[in-house]
Design a protein around this ligand. Structure first.
Ligand SMILES: Nc1ncnc2c1ncn2[C@@H]1O[C@H](COP(=O)(O)OP(=O)(O)O)[C@@H](O)[C@H]1O
Ligand SMILES: [Mg+2]
Length: 312
């Protein structure tokens, strides 16, 4: 049985391993009774480390950079970093265990009820709004794989994970190494097919990074929660880039939402978030959040609570 000994008193059994693009996440279950740490009450944990690929050196550097940002983040609706431990020459980031990612949920349910989709989006906006406000952090890799969900008492909690591609915007970048200090090339190679669909046109053109890039990704994520798919015809990289750059996805999104018979207000809300022209999207996270709140009529709040309390 594979175990991870975090402390001499304190051993975890590895019950599962999840692979992301750059990281490996171990799902851990405590086998020992006591521990000197304050997260001891957690019988289950998740531990992220870097993946042993041919990019191992770059992965290790990027992981340390991710940890630097993650450690500084103290915002609502971000997966909390409980501790960083160094075991047999390897860093592990310990965090609470979540039941599933938004991807898992979309795979099993296909689409989500509107109140739940609104609630997940609102949590993500809150996280990103605070991260940007406090630290100037952009996430830059928002997608269903990087939103994690768990039940907490009677509520469903959704938190943003994976700051592996996050960056501090120039004006706010005082305490962290810049991307150029760490080298550019690896960032480009990992924009694989998994991430490309959530990248805004201006990021594809010249990698312009603004909060509107994250707002765009969140808009697509919301669209996907509502319709069960993305507004693209193709998933082949070249054809997909064309659809993004020619704004064909935008017309398609409009048609798909109309087909689902969503009301005009909701359709306009989504389309503004994913507008091909950056300047036409929401001017800030706060404006985005307020537009969502106007959409979430009190009866929808009520339905959401009812839905959550019934266990989904
Ligand atoms: N705390 C957690 N609890 C449960 N599953 C997790 C947790 N953190 C990550 N995962 C799973 O592991 C996957 C990879 O983690 P992530 O941090 O996104 O790594 P990467 O940087 O490689 O994408 C996630 O998509 C999710 O499915
Ligand atoms: Mg990820």
């Amino acid at each position: 049985m594979e175990t991870l000994r975090i402390h001499e008193l304190f051993e975890y059994r590895i019950t599962d391993v999840k692979e992301g693009g750059m990281g490996r996440v171990l799902i851990l279950e405590r086998t020992s009774e006591a521990s000197p740490f304050d997260f001891v009450h957690l019988r289950q944990l998740a531990a992220k480390t870097f993946k042993d690929t041919e990019f191992v050196i770059e992965n290790r550097d990027l992981f340390e950079r991710e940890l630097n940002i993650w450690m500084e983040l103290s915002v609502d609706n971000a997966v909390p970093l409980l501790a960083v431990v160094f075991i047999r020459g390897r860093l592990y980031a310990l965090m609470p265990l979540y039941e599933h990612s938004l991807r898992d949920l979309l795979t099993s349910m296909r689409s989500l009820p509107l109140p739940m989709a609104c609630s997940v989006l609102r949590s993500c906006i809150k996280c990103l709004e605070q991260a940007y406000h406090n630290l100037g952090v952009l996430h830059l890799d928002l997608k269903p794989e990087n939103v994690l969900l768990r039940a907490d008492r009677d509520e469903h909690v959704s938190d943003v994970a994976d700051w592996g591609l996050a960056e501090i915007q120039e004006s706010a970048a005082r305490r962290f190494p810049s991307k150029t200090e760490l080298g550019n090339s690896f960032f480009e190679t990992i924009h694989g097919a998994g991430t490309l669909p959530y990248m805004s046109p201006e990021r594809l053109i010249d990698n312009t990074k603004t909060p509107q890039a994250d707002i765009y990704s969140l808009g697509l994520l919301f669209f996907e929660m509502l319709t069960g798919r993305l507004p693209f015809f193709s998933y082949e990289a070249k054809a997909l880039s064309d659809e993004i750059l020619t704004a064909r996805y935008y017309d398609n999104a409009y048609r798909m939402l109309q087909h689902k018979q969503y009301d005009d207000q909701l359709i306009a809300f989504v389309l503004q978030a994913i507008h091909p022209i950056l300047a036409n999207r929401y001017a800030s996270y706060a404006v985005f959040r307020k537009a969502l709140d106007r959409l979430m009529h009190p009866t929808i709040f009520h339905l959401a609570r009812k839905w959550f309390n019934s266990g989904g």
